[in-house]
Each structure stands twice: as C-alpha cells, then as structure tokens.
Ligand binder design. Sequence first.
Ligand code: TXA
Ligand code: MG
Length: 334
Amino acid sequence: MAIIGTSVQEAGAWLRDGWPVGIPTETVYGLAANACDREALLRVFETKGRPLTDPLIVHLASQEDLNRFAVDVPETAYALLEAFSPGPLTLILPKAPILPDEVSAGLTTAGFRIPSHPLTLELLRSLDFPLAAPSANLFGRTSPTTADHVADQLGERIPYILDGGPCRIGLESTVLDLSGPEPLLLREGGLTAESLEAFLGRPLQRPNRLAQADQAQRAPGTLAHHYAPSVPLFLFADDMAIIDWLNHHDHSKQGPQAPALLRFNQALMDSRCAAWNQEILSPEGDLEQAAHQLFGALRRLEKSAGIILAQKVPNTGLGAAINDRLQRASMKPL
Ligand code: TXA
Ligand code: MG
C-alpha cells in the first residue's frame, strides 16, 4: 500500500528511481513520472489502465523550462503564462525531441503547464526533469481531489502519495491548443473561458462537432465517456426533467440501490425522494465551491447509491467545466 506523506525528498527519490508517485496540484491530484524516461512513462499508463493513445501533460517548474521542452513557442504562450501561471492552464505546443513519444502519444505536440501547488512546485524545482502527470485515477473514472482518493483507486499500485491536502480548485486544467493558426479551447477547466477570452480580446474557437472524429487525435481524451462514477449517472437540464423521470421510472429501490441526487444549490422538494441522499454542491450557489466539491461528491455517491440523478449547474464561468464533466460522466440521455 502506498505511503501517504508530505516529504518532497521521498517523492523525489521514488521519481528518480522511475516509479510513479501521486502529487497534489491546485486542480486535481496527478500520477507523476519522469517525463524524459520512457519506462517510467509506460508505468504510468499501466498503473491507470490508460490507452497509450491518450497523451500526458508535462508539468514544469518555470517558464524558462518551456524553452527546453517546447519549440516554436509563440509570443501568445509567454503572455498567457505570464498572466495565468503557475495555475490551471495547459498549453499545447510543438514538443522538443528530448521528450519521448510516449508523453505525447506519438503526436508532434505536447501539453505543458506550471502547477501552482507549493509542494509540487518545490518537488519540480528539486528535480532535473519535468513530470508527466495525468490525473491519478483509474482510466475513465472520476479525478481525485484528495490523497485518500488517490489511495482508494491506485494505492496498491504505487509506492508514495505526496499529500498536499484537498485540491483548491477541484477541476482539471483548461487545455488551450496554441499549435495551430488560431488558439483552440480543447478542454474547459479551472481557468474560465471568459478569462482567456478577455485576455486574448476575442472569442475562443472550440473544436467543432462535425470535425470531432478528425480531431480525435488533436483533442484526445475529450470525446470518450470519461469522469464516470461506477454507478449510472443521468444528467438533467432542470427540475422538470427530473420530475418527469420520477413519473416514468421505478424509483422505489431502498438502501444502497436507492437513487441519489446531485444538486447545485438546493434539495429537490418532492416527497418521492424525501428519503434519498441529496448532495448539494454549494448551498450559496457559488460555482467555485461547486467545482471544489464535485469529484468528492461523485465519489461519495458512487459508494452509497444505485444510480445518480444529477442537475446541470449554470453554464457560466466554472459552470461550463462542471457541466462538461457531468455530461461526460453521464449515460446517454434517457
Ligand atoms: O489539471 C490537470 O491538467 C491534471 C493535473 C494532474 O495537472 N492533469 C490532467 O491530465 O487532467 P489528464 O491526463 O487527465 O488529461 C490530459 C489531457 C488529455 O486527455 C488531452 O485531452 C490533453 O490533456 N492533451 C495532452 N496532450 C495533448 C496534445 N498533445 N494534444 C492535445 N491534447 C492533449
Ligand atoms: Mg484525467
């Protein structure tokens, strides 16, 4: 079983030996390995059960490191890092040959970010290699936002988890592709699209639906059923839709098979679900708090309910990223 501790030295020692280690970031916990060591990278894919076709994000200590591991870096990249890093922003850029193909799943580009968690920044500064780190969950499942979440799914497979407390943001980084002619928002995340658009002074392009199959390679990991709890989750646009579901489905199951509700800011007032567990993400209706609570709530619900009925949150600010995760966690609409 993994040791959960706060020693940057010990985490560094395992990483230098080629072992994957759980690390805290401000977004979610990562499963880190030496980004320049092929064998260590393969262990990360194997540990998560992740297909080799899904590229990893390279975590750097500083902007200067970008010049060693990326090439043809546009001015916009430096400007964005200046404004938003360390922080929840991943930039896709052409990669330098020093990074092996395993990092980028054979693509000529790689994702780069400078995380802001102080323990992980200290760790990165103490190493002479960057850290490739996907989220520290089994492939396709919900991302971990505490060291215990990491231990729950991966504790038997890794030697050490660096415990940095609960993740401040609770949603993965925003992924922006700067390798093409126009910036392309590949994944909504902890840095809002509105902030990026205000900074860039124009609306952001997103991969368009028709081109999605083509862009499966450019935006890998953004299409599949993902972030899924181990019980079915159904996502509803509003309370009317949930009530309609109650009217047409068997909701009489009790105990661990009972349905549960994932709510934004208030419980659903309906006598038929009076006895159900209702997780409320933010009683104050604050999207940052809701983001912070999301993955933990999904983990609690998957352990205590037979089915999760989730409500969309307002689609502004961090709400867009929350809804994106809920959408991809959900089964096809009923
Ligand atoms: O917040 C985060 O980004 C967390 C923490 C640990 O830093 N990491 C994370 O990694 O979410 P992961 O592996 O769960 O998501 C990485 C995603 C890929 O699935 C893909 O969507 C995108 O980043 N990505 C990475 N490299 C890419 C590339 N070369 N081109 C396009 N997308 C890429
Ligand atoms: Mg992930």
